[in-house]
Design a protein around this ligand. Sequence first.
Ligand SMILES: [Mn+2]
Length: 223
Amino acid sequence: MGKIITFIHAADLHLDSPMIGLKHLPEKLLARMRESTFQALRKITALAIQNRVDFVIFAGDLYDGEDRSLRAQSIFRTEMLKLAAEGIPAFVVHGNHDHLNGSWVNLELPENVHIFPTEVETKVFKTGNDATVHLYGFSYPTRHVIERKIDGYTRMEGADFHIGILHGHDEGSSEHGKYAPFSVKELLEKQFDYWALGHIHKRAVLTEDPPIIFWSHWFVKLA
Ligand SMILES: [Mn+2]
């Protein structure tokens, strides 16, 4: 029988965003909007636990600001502890908003949270059902990453599933900052089973087989 994995692909939570574009709203409504990034995170962890997924992916811009407000970090830590209690790991890349050149007061995260470094790295994870997964990703060292980081992604044999995590710009579209650019052709050439993309704040299915997807809160089952 073939192996199956399930996970949640989230991106661009922008925790603790001040929602500057909405500051004309009535105060109460604005306050609710400012809570919405945390509500989204709580929904993700609840969904993960309810569905007993194998892991959760955060594909960049987890925090809105490079200072990673203490409130954002504290709430993220609380939610990650909930996942830790259920044995669910989280794989995180940081994007242009929460790049590693910012300065913040560091709140230590539980050990189930795996942060990718600034060069593309392969993380190996074995699920409870004995499926081996290779997850490939990198975090932004600074805000403006214009290199073709896609060149650093290389399939490493020895896994049942290969998942690329990339916060960047699809050259086929004209929107958003043109960071870490890639073409769909390049992603396909990597021969991965799924691409968990982040950066644009709306759903975009670039290809279905394999799934190359921009989105957040997306429940995925691969077989
Ligand atoms: Mn971004």
